[in-house]
Design a protein around this ligand. Structure first.
Ligand SMILES: Cc1cc2nc3c(=O)[nH]c(=O)nc-3n(C[C@H](O)[C@H](O)[C@H](O)COP(=O)(O)OP(=O)(O)OC[C@H]3O[C@@H](n4cnc5c(N)ncnc54)[C@H](O)[C@@H]3O)c2cc1C
Length: 382
């Protein structure tokens, strides 16, 4: 079978790319090794940024009857409550199984050919061969196969850089042990080094996890155990599950000629909040548009050039966030940041607006950087 575009990976990035291209009349194959619906290890925090991208790309809102929506959040630091914020922009909490399945169904409804539950044996820059022996070809390939991307490995020899990647551990605490409806939505800044801990109440469970840069956290399991104990939970309540996340480790050149990478495969994760669903959908959409434009020009090999230029605003945001991350997470500065966070309503408010997608990093940076001299004074006092 010949297609215009083959999308490899049917998570948020892949389903967004497939939907966007199929709606423009392109022949699209959507490939995944997993059978859908399938779950994915994730906090499942679906921000208003995610929601607005979802609506733009899929043409309708995500069904919020399936999610828990909170307007309050608690921030903790080293077992002390820093602040509880009320009336914040809404934060939605969902399991990935219904979210990803809804996106996948949009892609199929839009006309993408369903190649899920099809493990891949081999790829080239124009073909995908499945383990059952079938081969499909496409003028443009979009690799949206997550952090362990086979497409990134095919292009660059390795899917990610072990020195700069992030890693997270999670458990689902069942409602029989802890009632999610009475649990606060909670973030703990010091639960991991260069990272944080989270407790996210859902309908029938609470997702509890720790995550951060992999290299400074060689003992993430110990962080997880300590975090669960600090929440009054028995660490043996469920088996820890782990997954890499490209925590701001984005690829400046995400592809080669007619082969593009999007979502986690391209490192499109916020380096401070760890938010990846929104950037996966958005980069998938941008990759699909670049592919369609390149095909319109009958020059599939120009897809990467078009993609990189459209990605610039997102890349600038991620780059700025990487700089800010040093202020928020670097052990020497973190206490000063925490003090400022505790005292400054402006910093807290801007942080929440950022999470909600109401502002982007340049505005957060202005709010935080105007307070930088105070950080250093505070840091020097210690
Ligand atoms: C512990 C943890 C917590 C997180 N919490 C949040 C959160 O609360 N909010 C948020 O916004 N982000 C969160 N993230 C990040 C978010 O999960 C990712 O950024 C997001 O899933 C990326 O979407 P994607 O489509 O690029 O990749 P994925 O969602 O990983 O989808 C990739 C798809 O590719 C398929 N695939 C993989 N390999 C192959 C192959 N060889 N052949 C065919 N198919 C393949 C997989 O089956 C999968 O369906 C978290 C990440 C982790 C690890």
């Amino acid at each position: 079978m010949n297609f215009d575009i083959i999308v490899i990976g049917a998570g948020p990035a892949g389903s967004a790319a497939a939907t966007w291209a199929a709606r423009q009349g392109r022949q699209v194959a959507l490939v995944d090794k997993a059978a859908f619906p399938r779950n994915k290890l994730c906090g499942g925090l679906f921000t208003e940024r995610s929601r607005s991208y979802y609506t733009e790309i899929f043409g309708q809102d995500f069904d919020l009857s399936k999610v828990v929506t909170r307007s309050d959040i608690a921030f903790w630091y080293q077992s002390n409550e820093l602040a509880v914020l009320h009336n914040i922009p809404p934060l939605h909490l969902t399991m990935r199984l219904p979210l990803d399945y809804a996106m996948f169904q949009h892609a199929i409804t839009a006309g993408a050919a369903d190649y899920t539950d099809c493990p891949i044996a081999e790829i080239t820059d124009k073909t995908v061969t499945f383990r059952d022996g079938r081969t499909i070809s496409g003028a443009v390939l979009i690799g949206t196969d997550g952090v362990n991307s086979v497409v990134a490995r095919y292009l660059f020899g390795a899917p990610f850089n072990k020195r700069t990647i992030g890693f997270g551990l999670e458990i689902e605490v069942p409602e029989t042990i802890q009632k999610p409806e009475v649990q606060p939505l909670r973030i703990d800044f010091a639960a991991a080094t260069w990272g944080y801990g989270w407790s996210f109440p859902k309908h029938a469970s609470t997702t509890v996890g720790v995550g951060g840069l992999h290299q400074p956290n060689p003992h993430m399991k110990e962080h997880m155990t300590a975090y669960l104990e600090s929440l009054g939970l028995d660490p043996t309540v469920a088996r820890f599950k782990g997954h890499y996340l490209p925590f701001g480790d984005y690829r400046k050149v995400p592809g080669k000629a007619n082969v593009l990478l999007a979502g986690d495969a391209a490192g499109m994760v916020d380096p401070i909040t760890g938010e990846g669903i929104a950037y996966a959908m958005k980069s998938g959409q941008i990759a699909a548009q670049a592919a369609c434009d390149a095909l319109d020009r009958q020059a599939a090999e120009t897809a990467l050039f078009l993609y990189v230029s459209s990605l610039k605003p997102l890349h600038r945001n991620l780059q700025l966030a990487r700089h800010l991350r040093a202020i928020i997470f670097a052990p020497k500065l973190q206490k000063a940041f925490i003090n400022t966070f505790r005292r400054s309503g402006t910093v807290r408010m801007k942080y929440m607006q950022l999470l909600a997608g109401k502002i982007e990093y340049p505005e957060l940076a202005r709010g935080v950087l105007t307070r930088i001299p105070r950080y250093f004074v505070n840091a020097l006092r210690r």
